[in-house]
Write a protein that binds this ligand. Structure first.
Ligand code: SF4
Ligand code: SF4
Length: 419
């Protein structure tokens, strides 16, 4: 982690039936008056430090046995976006997941499963190995579960969403997100994390059906309403800032967070981006539906990590304004700014995962075997960028680069006499 920015420093630049009431939801309903978010200091990912911080945070919420009845089957849902090593801070750190597995077993769980669906059709063996889960989870007594295979359709709003057929066997869902910025949704935390219960290709197809960030946020809210976790535990020991969720930079925040209210948990993280919870659709939307609390005045942020969290700042992503736009304006803006994903030929290994992921078939292989993105077909959902395991896809806006260069030149002009 040498040379990593600390989040307190100045940023460099800028399963189940519809209704979701049982068995996953716990602790929060529309009538709840206040929510508690526990924040514990955690300096690094050493097992002792992580376990102590988790025990402290969960103690604030009444202890893990409150959520994990004896004999329960628990599913831990980390963020395993793509096969990246834990040091890149793109995925939930295995030390956090392993410590939670142990604590759930100590609390009396019969089985602790760990599973997530990545962006793109990645080999699961590689995904689990590269993210550190293949080693950490079985060593802690848990079991990795594949989200592939047979699915069971579940109603989310007016859509039928496929989830693994084994999901109804789960008694307790614990969401274990990573704190990251997001180029389209601003923040990806506890609310968005449950979307990973949907197998990868299906997730991309829904991006095609809801092609603007605003509409997608509405659909994500529907999914969250059905798969609301009993508990959310966020890995913010090292967060991801800048162009998340896949191409940002790791930044030390030094806290682990826990809450029964995923909305409140995310709301406590919005100020790190200089935003109010009301400015983040994936916090404001679920709060408006009564799925959690977003008003800071109704959230008790407790624990020895509370001040650290309040002082931390994350550099926001480019394109952060786009998520506020209605679909027509989103299209116009991205067209005018020539804002689009591009494949870096020097980094691309030609694995083809991005092309399989794209719901619009906008990525094709040319005669020389190189992958190209057809701008006209692209809806800027960024699924390809999230799926690429080699950082080979970046969002570019040549017009913005020119504007920045012009501003840079202006700042360096000598002051005019008499001005
Ligand atoms: S950009 Fe290249 S390396 Fe990345 S997913 Fe696509 S084909 Fe694979
Ligand atoms: S090429 Fe465009 S439409 Fe296809 S996955 Fe990438 S961002 Fe989405």
């Amino acid at each position: 982690m040498k040379g990593r920015r600390l989040a307190g420093d100045t940023p460099r630049g800028d399963p189940h039936p519809p209704g979701g009431a049982e068995p996953y939801s716990a602790g929060v309903d529309g009538s709840a008056r206040r929510s508690i978010v526990a924040a514990s200091l955690c300096a690094d990912y050493s097992p002792d430090a992580v376990t102590a911080a988790l025990e402290q945070a969960l103690g604030v919420l009444g202890g893990l046995p409150r959520f994990v009845p004896p004999g329960a089957t628990v599913l831990l849902k980390p963020n395993l976006l793509s096969p990246r090593p834990p040091g890149e801070a793109v995925t939930t750190h295995p030390a956090v997941v392993a410590a939670l597995v142990r604590l759930c077993l100590q609390a009396g769980a019969a089985r602790v499963w760990v599973g997530d669906s990545p962006a793109g059709d990645h080999d699961e063996g590689r995904l689990w190995r590269d993210t550190g889960m293949a080693e950490a989870v079985p060593a802690a007594g848990g079991e990795m579960r594949s989200l592939r295979g047979a699915v069971t359709p579940t109603r989310c709003g007016n859509r039928s969403v496929p989830v693994p057929a084994w999901l109804p066997e789960v008694d307790v869902l614990i969401s274990v997100p990573k704190l990251k910025t997001h180029m389209l949704t601003l923040l990806t935390g506890a609310v968005k994390n449950v979307y990973g219960l949907i197998p990868g290709r299906s997730k991309s197809l829904f991006h095609g059906e809801f092609p603007s960030p605003r509409r997608m946020a509405g659909f994500l809210t529907e999914v969250f309403g059905v798969f609301r976790p009993a508990l959310s535990v966020m890995d913010a020991v090292v967060a991801l800032e800048g162009d998340g969720p896949a191409n940002g930079s790791p930044v030390s925040v030094g806290v682990l967070l826990a809450s029964t209210d995923a909305v409140a948990l995310d709301a406590c993280c919005a100020p790190l981006l200089g935003l109010t919870p009301a400015q983040v659709p994936l916090i404001a939307g679920p709060a408006a539906r009564g799925l959690g609390i977003a008003e800071p005045a109704r959230i008790d942020l407790l624990g020895d990590g509370a001040d650290r969290l309040r002082a931390a700042r994350l550099r926001r992503s480019r394109g952060r304004a786009l998520q506020h736009l209605p679909e027509w304006a989103f299209r116009a803006c991205t067209w005018m700014l020539t804002y689009r994903p591009e494949i870096h030929p020097g980094l691309c290994t030609r694995c083809g995962i991005c092309a399989e992921t794209c719901s619009r078939s906008a990525i094709v292989r040319d005669a020389k075997g190189r992958y190209r993105i057809h701008r006209a077909a692209c809806i800027l959902c960024l699924c390809c960028l999230e799926s690429c395991p080699h950082h080979a896809i970046r969002v570019r806006s040549p017009l913005l680069v020119l504007l920045r260069f012009w501003r840079w030149l202006q700042e360096r002009r000598p002051p005019q006499e008499g001005a």
